[in-house]
Each structure stands twice: as structure tokens, then as C-alpha cells.
Design a protein around this ligand. Structure first.
Ligand code: ZN
Ligand code: ZN
Length: 627
């Protein structure tokens, strides 16, 4: 899933200067790799070599077809360059000089290469705006056209490894030459690199697509239903329902009310919200056109009306706010819905449950007065923390995205043109974040078009990062919809709206949880919570087991029975493989004592217990959402 990171090769100087230390190490390592490749294949031509999510790459054109078998010898040359500890020297040049150096083949090379100009570097030069300075970076003999930044010396690259090779078109355009893209990664030191590769291995083992198929949680039927539209199988649907139940209970206690809205709406709804005609169009499915009443004689009923599948729930909720007169006494009004949204994602971007076209979202919109904002926003943040605790998420950070004042108007406008409201709202959010002790980082220029946004990033138990949920403040769209409440002074005012979705979407959140738990869900979430296994198939024993299953199911416990004459060890093994949380094994002696032998997935035998005690323990663990 590196494609997103790869898109923006040509970063602005501002973006460049924000490179983290690790990105500098990785980008520097790309130069070191190029140095090594040139020592082995001196005619190699380099194009672009940015850092990416988990490492770096460099695109190269070279006669030799580079394969992973070549990696050891490239890494050997790289080690020499790191050991030489050459400084990365920055050299500022004017455009004429740069063009001349590219023509003599000196850029992206160890020396001049007469008759072999640095053709891709010439192309890259054209992309540098007139007013931007042009710089080189030099390590040892290797000279490259590069805006930087870099680490001080090649010796600062603590540990590195080449990982794969792919093909890519120059500047991502298929009309351009095809290049070899060599991927690698680099770290501050060996320990960090080893931890990373261990995590990658573990993530492969816990891949949600693999475990999802093994456990029978979901299916994607591209032939009949469509790509990116997961079908939740009974076991996956059980998890969805448990999550919804958690959300409903938590939100009910926090004073939310539930609503339900249709999956489609007229174009007018999205023209009013501002998602159409432009801002969100690419992410929506194309419209359906409908002639309301063909038999009618009224001229208007013959013109088709466009309906869109909803890509977000807010506009519908705004119309619910507008459905009745509202007074300050009605606020805060917290409208909640597990809403189903449809978003058009490029087919190449679809990925298991993590990137889909149909999303079930733990959504709610809180309408409040500016005076109520801080309390409401805080309560939302605390709800996130409560959930993190339930799921054992220990590492998290909030990414607080603000707007860019230079993009309120004009061709590349990205944000609603309300400079004063942006200022006020961002100050409010900032204050709440500073006063709470929640860790956050500030990201300029990535707000939603209607207000500042908070993306919540969490780390799974094996240390992989996921963006799960968002929390947004909206000062603009309620105004566009003309939403008002009557205030104490009898004037009409526009409410603020907080959009929040702490459990994100079922799709992404369950994808995350599968990895987080490696499919070994806690009892309350486990698709099959209890399996009752008989030792043998004697009729009285089977009846005893069936009675236990019936009693559990009458209490909403997802229990199944296995009553065959197969060997008990085989039955236990099967239940283990299916990741059943709790097994109740019953033999003649258990039956005589009105007891069960309890086994737990991954823990093994936990002993014989009176039937009622085992039963109460199961119900309590589910209710309290422990273990
Ligand atoms: Zn560079
Ligand atoms: Zn919303």
C-alpha cells in the first residue's frame, strides 16, 4: 500500500523541510544506493528517489535487470560508502549550470559521462519553479540534483536493507520510459531495523485478509456484488453487531439520540452541503436519474432528478436538525447513527477491509452552542479514550489538521472562505487539546473543507500504525443549510457541529482488530463464544450438552455444540483452529456432577466448574467486556 506515498514525488520545499530525521536517513540512503549501483553499472540513469512510508526507493534505468539476487552485492558497495562516512555537501547552482551539468551526464552520476546526458534529471529540472533555488547534494563522487534535506554524513545511516524491486514509469506517466524501482529501508540503528522486520513478519501472519478468510468473517464477491463491497458473513456480522451494541450503550449513556436515514438523497442535498458540484464529487458514485411521474401531465415531473448514494451522513442529519424548530434548550443535540456510506475508490486502491467502497460508520453529529463546545469536544475525546481502554490500545496520537489561509479563494481553494470563523474554531480546538492530556501533533493544510479535523491514529499490539477515526468541527455547513436555534435573547443563531466517529467504520476497525488480536477476539467479540463438546455420543450426555447450549443461547451467548463420536482431542483441536473462545467439555462424570470442564482458546484447561458458576462467569465476562 505504498502508492499513496509515492504519488507526491515533487514536494514543495516547505514539505521537504518538514522531513523527519528518519525520512532524512532514508532519503540519504537512496543516494548511497545510487552510489553503489553506479559503481556496479556505471551507465545507470537515475530519476526520482524520495522517502516513502516504510523506507525509500530510487527509480533507475539500467541495461541489467536488477533482481533481489543482486541486492547483496549492491548492499556490499553501500556499506563501503557508509563506512567512508562522506559528508553530504549542499551546493547551490544556477539553472544554466544545472542544465550544463545534466547535459554532460554529471547529475545522478559519479563523474561526467560524455555522450550519456542525465536525461531524467534534465526533465526533473523543468519541474522546478523559476523562483526556487536549485541545489545539488554530493557524497563522495556521487553528485545529485536534490532539494534535500539529508543527514550530515553517510555514516549517520545506522542500518539499511534493500527490500524489493518493481517497475514504474518516469514521472508516473505510461507514455514515459519504464524504469526499475528499487526499494529499501533504513533506520537509526540495527535494533530498530530488526524490530521493524519482526513486526512486518508478524503483520503478515496477522493479515486481516488471511485471517478473515480462515475464520469466515467476510467475503468480497467482485463478480456479482462488486469490488470493495464486503459481504459480512455470519461470523463477521456478529462482530459488527457487538461493536454497534458497544456504541449504542456508550452513546446512550452520554446523552445521544439515535436516528435513521435513507441511503440516497437528491443532488440538492449535496449541492447545499458543498460536497457537490466539485469538492467531493470524485469520491461519490455517479448519480441515478429518475423521472418522478412519467404519466403526469405537469411539465416539471418529466425532467429527471438526480439521486446520489450517500457518501457521508452529515447532510441527512442536518435535515433532521432542520425538521423541527430548535431552541437553546434543545442543545446540545447529539444525533447518532451507524450509517452506511458509499464512496468511490479507484479499484487499484481497494484493499481488503481497509479500503472499501461501502462503509458502516459509527457516526454522530453534535449540534451545540459555542459556549458548549469545549465540554462537548472534551466528552468526545474521553469517549475515544474509553474505547481505547476496552480494546487494549495503548499507543495513540491525535493528528490535528488546520487550514491553509492561502487556499480560501481562487482556483486551488480547498477551504470555505470564512477566515474569522477558521481562526475562532481553530483556537477553540487548540485550547481543548492543550488542556486535555491527550498526545497530539499539528498538521497544517489538511483540515476538512468546513473546519478543523482530528484524525486518530492508533498502534496495534504489534506496533503497526492505523488511522481509525476522525473528529471534525464544522462551522460552515450548518450555516449553508440555514440551521438555526432560538437563543435566550430570542435571536436566531447557527449551531456549531461536531462530526465524530470513534469506532470509525466496521470495515476498517474490524480489519484493525483482526490484526490487533490475531483473530483471537476477547469473549464478548468472539464470533463463536462457546462450543460445548461431548466425550462420546451417548444420548443422555448429548441431551445434557444440548441443554447447556440452549441455556447459553437463551442468554444471547453465541454457543454451538459438537456432539459427534470423534475423539475429544480432535474436537478440541478443531475448536482451537476455529478460534472459539471458550470450550465446555462434558463427559459422564461432568454430567453426574452437573458440571463442565472449561478450556479457553490459547490458555488450555482451566478446570472443572459447577455448571452455574461457569455460566455466570461467561455472562459476566461478556457484560464487562473483559478477557
Ligand atoms: Zn537527496
Ligand atoms: Zn459528518
Amino acid at each position: 500500500m505504498q502508492s499513496h506515498q509515492e504519488q507526491a514525488e515533487r514536494k514543495t520545499l516547505g514539505d521537504r523541510s518538514k522531513m523527519t530525521e528518519l525520512e532524512r536517513i532514508r532519503h540519504s540512503c537512496a543516494h548511497v544506493m545510487a552510489t553503489a549501483i553506479l559503481r556496479l553499472w556505471p551507465d545507470a540513469q537515475f530519476a526520482a528517489g524520495p522517502p516513502v512510508e516504510s523506507g525509500f526507493y530510487y527509480d533507475v534505468e539500467v541495461q541489467h535487470r536488477i533482481s533481489p539476487e543482486d541486492f547483496p552485492k549492491i548492499e556490499e558497495e553501500m556499506k563501503k560508502e557508509v563506512k567512508a562516512n562522506h559528508p553530504f555537501e549542499k551546493i547551490i547552482v544556477d539553472r544554466n549550470q544545472a542544465v550544463k551539468d545534466a547535459q554532460t551526464g554529471r547529475l545522478g552520476a559519479l563523474s561526467e559521462r560524455p555522450g550519456n546526458p542525465s536525461k531524467f534529471k534534465l526533465g526533473n529540472l523543468e519541474d522546478i519553479p523559476e523562483n526556487e533555488p536549485i541545489s545539488y547534494y554530493k557524497n563522495g563522487e556521487f553528485l545529485d540534483l536534490c532539494a534535500g534535506p539529508h543527514v550530515m554524513r553517510t555514516g549517520n545511516i545506522g542500518a539499511f536493507k534493500l527490500t524489493s524491486v518493481a517497475s514504474a514509469y518516469y514521472k508516473g506517466d505510461e507514455r514515459n520510459p519504464q524504469l526499475q524501482r528499487i526499494y529499501g529501508t533504513a533506520f537509526k540503528n540495527k535494533t530498530e531495523m530488526e524490530a521493524y522486520f519482526k513486526m512486518v513478519e508478524e503483520a503478515k501472519r496477522r493479515d486481516h485478509r488471511k485471517i478473515g478468510a480462515e475464520m469466515g468473517l467476510y467475503a468480497i464477491d467482485t463478480e456479482y456484488v462488486g469490488p470493495g463491497l464486503p459481504l459480512w458473513l455470519p461470523k463477521g456480522a456478529a462482530i459488527c453487531e457487538e461493536l454497534e451494541k458497544l456504541a449504542k450503550e456508550t452513546e446512550f449513556a452520554a446523552g445521544y439520540v439515535r436516528v435513521k436515514t435513507p441511503h440516497i438523497a437528491k443532488e440538492r442535498l449535496y449541492l447545499t452541503s458543498g460536497h457537490l458540484p466539485v469538492l467531493y464529487k470524485e469520491s461519490m458514485y455517479p448519480p441515478m436519474e429518475l423521472v418522478e411521474d412519467p404519466s403526469s401531465t405537469s411539465p416539471h415531473s418529466h425532467s429527471p432528478i438526480k439521486y446520489y448514494l450517500k457518501a457521508m451522513n452529515c447532510p441527512h442529519h442536518h435535515r433532521i436538525f432542520a425538521a423541527e424548530p430548535r431552541s437553546y434548550r434543545d442543545l446540545p443535540l447529539r444525533l447518532a447513527e451507524y450509517g452506511t456510506n458509499y464512496r468511490y475508490e479507484q479499484s487499484g486502491e481497494l484493499f481488503g477491509l481497509m479500503r472499501v467502497r461501502c462503509l458502516n460508520m459509527n457516526d454522530a453529529h453534535i449540534y451545540c452552542t459555542p459556549e458548549q463546545f469545549a465540554d462537548e469536544f472534551n466528552a468526545v475525546n474521553n469517549m475515544y479514550l474509553k474505547y481505547f481502554k476496552i480494546f487494549g490500545i495503548e499507543k495513540y496520537v491525535m493528528r490535528y489538521s488546520t487550514h491553509d489561509p492561502s487556499r480560501l479563494t481562487g482556483d486551488n481553494a480547498k477551504f470555505v472562505n470564512e477566515p474569522e470563523l477558521w481562526k475562532q474554531t481553530e483556537e477553540m480546538v487548540q485550547r481543548v487539546l492543550d488542556e486535555s492530556k491527550i498526545p497530539y501533533v499539528k498538521v497544517p493544510n489538511e483540515a476538512a473543507f468546513y473546519g478543523p479535523k482530528i484524525d486518530v491514529q492508533v498502534w496495534s499490539v504489534i506496533g503497526r500504525e492505523f488511522t481509525l477515526a476522525t473528529n471534525q468541527v464544522d462551522f460552515a455547513v450548518p450555516k449553508r443549510f440555514g440551521l438555526v436555534y432560538r437563543d435566550k435573547d430570542n435571536t436566531e443563531k447557527t449551531p456549531l457541529c461536531i462530526h465524530r466517529a470513534p469506532l470509525g467504520t466496521h470495515e476498517r476497525f474490524i480489519g484493525f482488530l483482526i490484526e490487533h488480536y490475531a483473530g483471537n477476539f476477547p469473549l464478548w467479540l468472539a464470533p463463536e463464544q462457546v462450543r460445548v463438546l461431548t466425550i462420546g455420543e451417548d444420548a443422555p450426555l448429548v441431551n445434557y450438552a444440548k441443554e447447556i447450549v440452549r441455556e447459553l443461547r437463551a442468554n444471547m451467548v453465541r454457543a454451538e455444540g459438537e456432539y459427534t463420536n470423534d475423539k475429544i482431542n480432535g474436537k478440541i483441536q478443531q475448536a482451537e483452529q476455529a478460534k472459539v473462545h471458550t470450550m465446555l467439555v462434558v463427559g459422564p462424570r461432568d454430567m453426574a456432577a452437573n458440571a463442565v470442564s472449561v478450556r479457553m482458546h490459547g490458555k488450555g484447561n482451566v478446570g472443572v466448574k459447577p455448571r452455574n458458576e461457569a455460566f455466570q462467569e461467561i455472562l459476566r465476562a461478556i457484560r464487562e467486556r473483559t478477557s
